[in-house]
Write a protein that binds this ligand. Structure first.
Ligand SMILES: Cc1cc2nc3c(=O)[nH]c(=O)nc-3n(C[C@H](O)[C@H](O)[C@H](O)COP(=O)(O)O)c2cc1C
Length: 361
């Protein structure tokens, strides 16, 4: 072995004493199999099948009844949910895998028909997201207008994240990823189109970043900074987010502050950023500023993943859709075995079809 050889996709990655068996990460993917928002045996089988990844990040998992927006998505706020997740973490650990839970609060991307009784649709400002979403009881429905969060709501929501992180550790997760991407609650605070607050959580870049940074701090204090990652998606307009002039400034600031907080990793969905010079410059500056692990995601093949690792642009690469139809993705990539195609019609259906029935090479 040549000591000067570049890191590759199939070698272990170690940070803060955690060893990931390879640099291949399974990206978080909502799959809507959590009937009643409780994780089950079918989900344990699905994640166990994919335990060859160096790190699995679960589907979005809500820290609060208020954070459930989609049909059949899980939470981690009740004892029953913690018990359900234990089945998943035990199944993955039995195969030698590592698993983080993605804590996802949808904020305004929601409909009350998908939420537990008494839950509230909360967001930084009362601005409705365009578009509709699936509900099991009423079919397609427009997303509903959220309530602007009060100071008390903000405090309570930060506390929910910290409690959920403690629950995640109790359930056996190796850590948590905070979902700061794709237009959900944390990003709704970052973006001035969805955050029109006039208090200390709105206005300047620092103020708009405050909620995400306070959530991170609370979670790191609760379970340890070495167990915390953050997902970001600069320039991505998914969920009616819209571009704004200070995007680069906002994400450069976040990278700097998250680096000061010394959390384990940043997970950046980079495909939107890669379409402009400004975005490419931002990605480079995030890499320079953030001193711990950087995971990149978005349309990666083995070749492109190896390229960013060799160039020192990232430490790990996550794959989403390729993991749906290829439970043994790490093995197929390593041995150059053709990948199977996934069927989008079964991405969010409730049973094992298109979920646990994809074959191994
Ligand atoms: C079915 C499906 C569900 C997804 N759910 C989530 C999610 O819960 N949380 C999240 O951060 N991203 C989610 N994503 C985005 C993926 O994590 C990933 O960013 C995206 O698929 C691009 O990576 P890929 O080109 O390797 O598929 C989802 C993607 C798919 C296809």
């Amino acid at each position: 072995m040549n000591q000067t050889s570049s890191p590759d996709l199939f070698s272990p990655v170690t940070k803060y004493g955690i060893e990931f068996s390879n640099a291949i990460v399974m990206a978080p993917m909502t799959r809507s199999r959590a009937l009643g928002s409780v994780p089950n045996d079918l989900m344990a089988t699905y994640y166990q099948q994919r335990a060859g990844a160096g790190l699995i990040i679960t589907e979005g998992n809500s820290p609060s009844p208020n954070g459930i927006g989609y049909a059949r998505t899980p939470g981690i706020y009740s004892d029953e949910q913690i018990e359900g997740w234990k089945k998943v973490t035990n199944a993955v650990h039995a195969k030698g895998g590592k698993i983080f839970s993605q804590l996802m609060h949808v904020g305004r991307v929601s409909h009350s028909a998908n939420m537990p009784a008494g839950a509230k649709i909360l967001a930084p400002s009362a601005i409705q997201a365009a578009g509709d979403m699936w509900t099991d009881s009423q079919g397609l429905q427009l997303k509903e207008k959220p309530q602007a969060m009060t100071s008390a709501d903000i405090k309570a929501t930060i506390a929910e994240f910290a409690r959920a992180a403690i629950h995640a550790v109790e359930a056996g997760f190796d850590g948590v990823e905070l979902h700061g991407a794709n237009g959900y609650l944390l990003e709704q605070f970052l973006n001035p189109h969805t955050n029109q607050r006039t208090d200390t959580y709105g206005g300047s870049v620092e103020n708009r970043s405050r909620f995400a940074l306070e959530v991170t701090e609370a979670v790191a204090n609760a379970i340890g900074k070495n167990k915390v990652g953050m997902r970001l998606s600069p320039y991505n307009v998914f969920n009616d987010m819209g571009l704004y002039p200070e995007i680069a400034e906002t994400y450069a600031y976040l990278a700097e502050e998250l680096s000061k907080q010394d959390i384990l990793y940043l997970h950046v969905i980079d495909y939107a950023a890669r379409t402009s010079d400004e975005g490419l410059t931002l990605l480079k500056s995030i890499r320079r500023t953030f001193s711990n692990l950087l995971i990149l995601n978005g349309g990666y093949s083995r070749e492109r993943a190896e390229q960013v690792l060799h160039n020192g642009e990232a430490d790990m690469v996550s794959f989403g859709t390729p993991f749906i139809a290829n439970p043994d993705l790490h093995y197929r990539l390593k041995h150059g075995i053709a990948l199977q195609e996934s069927d989008p019609n079964t991405f969010y259906t409730p049973d094992s079809k298109g979920y646990t029935d994809y074959t191994f090479a």
